[in-house]
Design a protein around this ligand. Structure first.
Ligand code: ZN
Length: 304
């Protein structure tokens, strides 16, 4: 019998990297195009994906500072009952940077949900008193460990995956010359026979990364920069992508090479506002699409 409904649905809440697109203080060519309303440069909020395994409840991967706006523009995440209600069952944290967890602060209205995160990220929340706005009587903080699956609500089974990363920017030692390796994570979510992986940050593609993505029906992967020295070349920064904990899209060892070799839907997300793949008619976008890889946008729905 033909399957009538999807087993697993993912909605991209935010496709952009930290700062969003356009970034508030960025006057680069791409940000200016986006600000001018040019249809080739569609604005995007900061990285987050909502996933459902039952069509009613949702799990949010990545709590971006834009989460309030993202919920407002996603009807699936609106209250489904009178009075106070939210279909958001849980939030999964996969990184400690501001763009990956500050969104928790907008969920502070005494609404019950669970935060699933590796212990170091929960420690970070507990060490910062401002996150106390999440009332512990209603918001559960649940530690998860790599490769140990848990039921996270919304009909989904969650497995935390470890990714090569670096410590969050605000925790770097002053004057550190090289990227300090640190924990960053991806989330594998499974409903029935369907699996997706959400991996917004990956500093280096090694055998472990390849193995962890193997068998997923859809992969959302780090598409921060097209070239490693993009920020430097644009005169907008002094750090390479590797230094920021992100493997570039292009070139040997890049994410495009990885994704081109995988089956299923492959989608670049966490895209920095300097990345020319944000421009729908750029040569770089064509190169990505020719490899069978998609570029995420806010509101993109993937049904499996
Ligand atoms: Zn810009």
């Amino acid at each position: 019998m033909q399957r009538q409904t999807a087993e697993l649905t993912a909605v991209v809440l935010g496709a952009a990297a930290g700062g969003g697109f356009p970034q508030w203080n960025c006057g680069c060519a791409l940000c200016n195009l986006a600000r001018s309303g040019d249809p080739r440069a569609r604005p995007a909020t900061q990285a987050s994906v909502a996933v459902s395994g039952n069509g009613t409840g949702w799990v949010i991967v990545g709590a971006s500072p834009d989460l309030r706006q993202q919920i407002l523009q996603t009807p699936q995440l609106w209250p489904q009952a009178e009075g106070r209600h939210s279909p958001i069952a849980s939030v999964v944290l996969v990184g400690g940077d501001v763009d990956a967890l500050a969104g928790l602060l907008v969920l502070r209205e005494r609404q019950a949900f669970t935060v699933y995160a590796p212990a170091p990220l929960l420690d970070l929340l507990r060490a910062n008193p401002i996150f106390g706005v999440l009332n512990p009587e209603v918001v559960r903080l649940e530690p998860i460990r790599p490769q140990q699956p848990v039921d996270c609500g919304a009909g989904l089974r969650l497995t935390l995956l470890e990714m090569p990363g670096k410590v969050p920017l605000y925790m770097e030692e002053p004057g550190a010359g090289s990227a300090e390796p640190g924990p960053t994570y991806a989330a594998r979510l499974q409903a029935g026979a369907r699996t997706i992986v959400v991996a917004p940050a990956c500093a280096n593609i090694d055998g472990d990364v390849r193995r962890q993505l193997h068998g997923a029906d859809a992969v959302f992967f780090d598409g921060t920069l097209f070239t490693d020295d993009e920020m430097i070349a644009a005169g907008l920064g002094i750090k390479t992508g590797h230094r920021m904990g992100h493997v570039p899209v292009s070139g040997p060892g890049g994410s495009l090479e990885l994704l081109a070799g995988l089956p299923g839907r492959r989608i670049l997300m966490h895209i920095n506002n300097t990345n020319p793949i944000l421009l729908s008619d750029s040569a770089e976008r064509r190169q990505v699409e020719a490899a069978g890889v998609e570029v995420a946008y806010d509101g993109m729905e993937v049904r499996l």
